[in-house]
Design a protein around this ligand. Structure first.
Ligand code: CMP
Length: 140
């Protein structure tokens, strides 16, 4: 077990439907410490950088267009096994298959517009945090 940091993104559909407070609350109530928080709107360039691991996949353009389509809320959380635990809290990628009780299971009916993102590894968390946050925007 290790204390980790990970990147949570409330996607445009989550912000548009007024789910920001509810989603942040789930991570707070679980016990994670919020060490970075901001609202932003991705440019296409920033979205391509953030999702560069998916470049070349059939859904890449759709994904970039979607993420850049409206404001998002980005958050860095810290706590024990934050990467694994936050992935369990959000549920599987496809909202239609995500079980009730997970964020995607409760709020999404889509694979693309799946309300929330959480980094899937230590390396991707470090990369994704660095794409969105400057060092001085994170609480030590
Ligand atoms: P996320 O956890 O943000 O990681 C990559 C995103 O790509 C994923 O959530 C989905 O929003 C999207 N995605 C993955 N697979 C597909 C797919 N087959 N069709 C459309 N979007 C997808």
């Amino acid at each position: 077990m290790a204390v980790e940091r990970t990147l949570i993104l409330i996607k445009p559909d989550g912000v548009e439907r007024g789910l920001v407070g509810e989603i942040i609350s789930r991570f707070e109530k679980k016990g994670f410490r919020i060490v970075g928080l901001k609202m932003l709107k991705f440019s296409e360039e920033l979205a391509e950088k953030f999702y560069s691991v998916h470049r070349g996949k059939g859904f890449f353009n759709e994904l970039v267009n979607y993420i850049a389509s409206g404001p998002v809320v980005a958050m860095v959380i810290e706590g024990e096994s934050a990467i694994k635990v936050s992935r369990a809290i959000i549920g599987p990628t496809d909202g239609r298959e995500a079980p009730p009780g997970t964020i995607r299971g409760d709020y999404s009916l889509s694979k693309l517009k799946n309300t929330v993102h959480a980094s899937d590894s230590v390396d991707s968390a470090a990369y994704e945090i660095s794409v969105i946050f400057n060092e001085h925007e994170l609480i030590p």
